[in-house]
Design a protein. Sequence first.
Length: 179
Amino acid sequence: MMKKYIVSLTLLAAFQVGMSASTPANPGQVQNTTKSTSVSAAPKEGETVDFTLKDINGKDFKLSSLKGKYVVVDFWGSWCINCIKGFPKMKEFYANHKDQVEIVSVDCNDTDSRWKAAVAKHTLPWINVYNPRTAADVTKKLGISAFPTKILLDQDGKVVKTFVGEDDSFYTVLESTIK
């Protein structure tokens, strides 16, 4: 019995150490916790972000095609509880501001069929693209290591701010940026 207790405590301590290592020290900023050399650093404010991924209809979508509009790039997955919890507020914001802001949801770590089912289930009205787990993985190129992560881009495709997790300050910054 004592041995099981010690093993349980050891596992719990290891889990907590792992969780604290993956929690950003500065909320609202992307922190790259992956040690792999194939992962790039997160884009900094003022840097241009661009990628091409397949949309929900299988057509190529190039992020830079949205120049002239503010863009929110939302990295999420159907398995991510906080990503899903954030959709109602994001849908409300989009309904009120879609003439000024475009949202591009980038599905991560799902199969193609799970991604399409989740988009349909949650009725996501904006641009939805699929990020495959291949050499073209956008999360590795952009240093995205936590979900959800939202990157706010200005009308020239440059990073205004990056937000990790569901944080109401995201909407405050977004509102003040588009005004």
